[in-house]
Design a protein around this ligand. Sequence first.
Ligand SMILES: C[S@@+](CC[C@H](N)C(=O)[O-])C[C@H]1O[C@@H](n2cnc3c(N)ncnc32)[C@H](O)[C@@H]1O
Length: 227
Amino acid sequence: MSRYMQGDCQQVMSQFPSRSVDFILTDPPYLVGFTDRSGRSIANDKQGDWLLPVRREMFRVLKNDSLAVSFYGWNRVGQFMAAWKAAGFRVVGHIVFTKAYSSKSAFVSYRHESAYVLAKGRPPLPENPLPDVMPWAYSGNRYHPTEKPVSALRPLIESFTQPGDIVLDPFGGSGSTCVAAAQCGRRWIGIELLEQYHAAGLRGLAEFQRPHYAVPASVSQQYGSMV
Ligand SMILES: C[S@@+](CC[C@H](N)C(=O)[O-])C[C@H]1O[C@@H](n2cnc3c(N)ncnc32)[C@H](O)[C@@H]1O
């Protein structure tokens, strides 16, 4: 069955078989030491020593000829890009999500989020490619200080996966990727290090635990108690 797990994603993924997930959609810490107005912060958001080892695990667990989409912090793009390439990913697209509001203002008024589309091998092209500029709805950040809106994640899952595929998010936060995957009829695996966000994710996901999202027995056997 699908699982929302608490732990360090590098360690947790090291227990997964190679080439076992169909798609990775993730939103790692942006390496900016973010704290919101109410004092909430996220783990591993200052130093990037985890970037390469985690990317290597992501590459290993992804099936051949498959895709990953990773959000990233635009002012740390050098570090992110170096790690993706060193891990073996090929950069095949870049998506900009436009916001109707500013996250912050300094030299410009910051109104977008961005994500790279990364390939392992030669994935097939989608029938109707998504535009690489897409709208963004404010999530409210109710359960997590940098909560991504499920509405922005769903088109990516619908475009890059098939019903029943396994979607992995190693930096799950409040579980928005897993909720989006559940809504699209995909299986999902989420991992979050911090207890409070993991608990929020479990609460949000509980309502999507319906029988038609159950993982077939053959897959449960393959993944043992992990999935
Ligand atoms: C940018 S946030 C993800 C927010 C998420 N997309 C959402 O909508 O709620 C990144 C998350 O990764 C978690 N994290 C950081 N290092 C981690 C690690 N090594 N393993 C698992 N989770 C980690 C942080 O605590 C944080 O919640």
